[in-house]
Design a protein around this ligand. Structure first.
Ligand code: DGY
Length: 329
């Protein structure tokens, strides 16, 4: 047989995509890797994850898949974990570093979308939009009344931003349209040009909590940020304040928040994220001074597609020996 005519087919690297992705991202992956999808459901049981990663060089997880020590140990050939999210608290980053496994995320592409949703949530809470919608659909609207669904004014109020990264800044930029005073807290102080651009001043956290009318949380979840908004800190907030969390649930003590809402310690809250997702504290579900969303901060087709493609490209770069664009560790 003439050896030159034997077609040498290069094996594509084996990858686990923990959940289904959008079709364009799947097409991209089909070209470059040999992949399995972990599940078509929202939840991938750990035993399935452990079984499916065994022979994989790469994992592309959604933020609902916990990529811990057990998972990394179950995949001896694992080179890269390409998270399809900007936050990567679902990955044991220290252990990945120890094992020399690359970790990437999807920064930048979801900034504006998440800031938009933050504002949608602020407005929904302040003007009680979901409650008013439910009321109208129930045919309870009997005519215009001076005191029907009285909300909180936004324009000219003080906005407190906890975590002035990309999303915090985009939220601050939108606050200018409402002529708000913006204060923020972040370990990094903004550069002078950014302070001018976002018209924001840095204050200590406790001062922010006791001063702001609307407080919005955009910090990343790390051990220091766990229950940053604690029972004690909730007590510092104004009685007519609004708290919004679009970052990660465990940053806010959810039980303490439910109590604060019940006792009238704060006026209302808007949450897109929860301490034990997908569970939501019963005490929150039963309250009508809280608007609850199912973690949809970045949920537009355009943005979720950009996230999936970015994660897939990071994965392919890492597996083909290049430095991925969005290497976290
Ligand atoms: C992220 O990317 O971390 C978000 O929570 C997804 O919207």
């Amino acid at each position: 047989m003439d050896d030159s005519r034997v077609e040498v087919k290069k094996m594509k690297p084996k990858v686990l995509v923990t959940h289904r992705l959008l079709p364009e991202a799947i097409e991209y992956l089909e070209e470059h890797v040999d992949f399995d999808i972990g599940t078509q459901e929202a939840f991938l049981p750990k035993e399935d994850l452990l079984r499916k990663v065994k022979d994989k060089e790469g994992i592309l997880p959604l933020l609902t898949a916990s990529i811990d020590k057990d998972v990394m140990d179950a995949a001896p050939a694992l080179k890269i974990i390409a998270n399809c999210a900007v936050g990567y608290d679902n990955i044991d980053i220290k252990y990945a570093r120890k094992k020399g496994i690359m970790v990437t995320n999807t920064p930048g592409v979801l900034t504006e979308t998440t800031a938009d949703l933050t504002w949608a949530l602020i407005l929904a809470v302040a003007r009680q939009i979901p409650q008013a919608d439910t009321f109208a659909r129930a045919k309870k609207y009997k005519g215009w009344e001076l005191d029907l669904f009285l909300g909180k004014e936004i324009t000219g109020k003080c906005l407190g931003i906890i975590g002035m990264g990309r999303i915090g800044k985009a939220v601050a930029q939108r606050a200018q349209a409402f002529q708000m005073k913006v204060i923020y807290t972040d370990p990094k102080v903004l550069l002078k040009e950014d302070r001018q651009k976002y018209k924001a001043s840095c204050v200590p956290l406790d001062e922010l909590l006791s001063t702001a009318d609307i407080i919005t949380v955009h910090t990343t979840l790390n051990p220091q940020a766990f229950h940053l908004i604690s029972r004690e800190r909730l007590r510092l907030m104004k009685k007519d304040a609004i708290l919004v969390n679009v970052s990660r649930g465990p940053v806010v003590d959810e039980l303490a928040l439910a109590e604060a809402l019940e006792n009238g310690q704060i006026w209302a809250a808007g949450l897109d994220v929860y301490e034990r997702e997908p569970e939501i504290e019963e005490n929150l579900i039963s309250r009508d001074n809280v608007v609850l969303l199912p973690h949809i901060g970045s949920a537009t087709y355009e943005t979720r597609l950009k996230m999936a493609i970015m994660a897939a490209k990071n994965l392919v770069q890492g597996l083909s020996g290049q430095k991925p664009d969005n290497l976290v560790s």
